[in-house]
Design a binder for this molecule. Structure first.
Ligand SMILES: [Zn+2]
Length: 421
């Protein structure tokens, strides 16, 4: 079975589970009258999988990982491509990273389940100047590059043959807890070897094999295990997640206090390489795999990056979406998008945070973005809130107002007044 077939097959198993799970809060994301259309836009975040390999070879037929499946090795310019995407869009893409080929000291010999060579692990061919060059790019561009945990070796080697995948088996059941803890320890050791920064705060499960809540005989969920390491955000497609029906809020669920966001379907297959993207996003995650951002000639990576910029930039200008600047503003706006209610009453917009406040510990910033469409030129003010930024875009007779509001935390309700000028 190819990797794609595998994902498709799992998708069918998971389908039908996720549809009926809107349980707790269901906000009014959008409300319209003759004059106004008020929306709490859905944030979009870019998540790029399988960053970190130096070999591009798809090794699955030799019981090695799929890696990225491209026809060349990876180079530091492939990291710069992620940074460039972030700079051009004013965002901080998540680079979901595999670290085994960054092992300068062959420490993974001590963790045989993490690589295809097991106790005989030898990474010497991938130790070279490119490690420092790529690490510099990551370190020097923290505002436009988030190192997200993906895994150590991506799969799980019980003997000579790999099984999918590193953190959970093919039904989404977590691997033995002692092994999971060791893989986390070694992920951290590899970060330290390469001075790649502190332990990440976000996680993308490899092969999208993950269980929401408890799995198998375990008394602790994967979310709780990684929460102890400081992770507060999991991104994975719910069509492939065990117990997806347990996710309480549709687009996301809270698992042991960790937000778990539905990645949905990616626009491109994992091995599309050197092609300009097309398609329409349908959920809050713009998921891709590293090859999707790159060119066969790394000097031409920018051609593919620019095509992504062209595809994604309009999502900032639509009334119903925005590009989140980083993970914390993404989480914040997503919770508001799902839980905060808006209403129009005469010359006022009522905002209701009652449901949102139940998820207060997910709100890491005080900010909320609201977009308002009108055919009239309007001004806005509020006694309850601080409107810290107002952007106005005009197209023919239609105005789109983007209001960035702060100090919303702990408020139950607020009113924004509007007035024609
Ligand atoms: Zn992966």
């Amino acid at each position: 079975m190819t990797r794609r077939d595998f994902t498709r097959k799992s998708a069918l198993i998971g389908a039908g589970l996720a549809a009926s799970n809107f349980v707790a809060c269901k906000g009014t994301r959008s409300v319209r009258n003759d004059e106004l259309n008020v929306t709490i836009p859905m944030p979009v975040q870019i998540v790029i999988d399988d960053v970190g390999w130096w070999s591009g070879e798809d090794g699955n037929e030799r019981q090695e990982p799929y890696r990225t499946g491209i026809s060349r090795n990876h180079v530091p310019a492939d990291y710069q491509a992620i940074v460039d995407l972030g700079i051009k869009l004013g965002v901080r893409p998540q680079a979901a990273t595999i670290l085994c080929e960054w092992d300068r000291e062959n420490i993974l010999r001590n963790l045989p389940t993490s690589t295809w060579m097991r106790e005989k692990w030898d990474n010497s061919k991938w130790v070279g100047a490119w490690l420092d060059e790529a690490a510099d790019i990551i370190r020097n561009n923290q505002n436009h590059y988030e190192l997200t945990m993906h895994g150590v070796g991506h799969e799980y080697w019980q003997d000579e043959n790999f099984t999918r995948a590193e953190w959970a088996d093919s039904s989404g059941q977590m691997r033995p807890l002692d092994q999971v803890e060791l893989h986390l320890d070694y992920f951290e050791k590899l970060l330290d070897q390469n001075q790649l920064g502190p332990f990440p705060t976000s996680f993308v499960p490899t092969a999208f094999l993950h269980g929401f809540g408890l799995t198998g005989e375990h008394k602790i969920s994967m979310a709780e295990v990684i929460k102890k390491r400081g992770i507060n955000y999991i991104n994975t497609p719910f069509y492939n997640m065990y117990n997806a029906e347990g996710a309480q809020f549709g687009l996301f669920g809270i698992d042991s206090g960790v937000i778990t966001v539905d990645r949905g379907e990616d626009l491109l297959d994992w091995d599309v390489f050197g092609e300009k993207p097309s398609g329409v996003l349908t959920g809050p995650t713009c998921g891709l795999h590293w090859p999707n951002l790159l060119h066969a000639d790394p000097r031409r990576n920018s051609e593919i990056v620019d095509a992504w910029v062209k595809l994604l930039r309009p999502y900032n200008d639509k009334p119903e979406t925005l590009l989140a600047k980083n993970s914390s503003s993404f989480r914040n706006q997503l919770v508001h998008h799902v839980c905060t209610k808006v209403q129009i009453r005469e010359d006022k917009i009522d905002i209701d945070f009652l449901e949102t406040n139940k998820l207060n510990d997910q709100l890491s910033t005080n900010e909320l973005t609201v977009k308002i469409e009108s055919q009239r030129k309007l001004t806005f003010n509020s006694d309850d809130l601080n409107i810290s930024e107002l952007k106005i875009a005009q197209e023919k007779n239609n105005y789109l107002y983007t209001l960035v509001i702060d100090s919303v935390k702990d408020l139950e309700k607020a009113v924004v007044k509007f007035e024609a000028t």
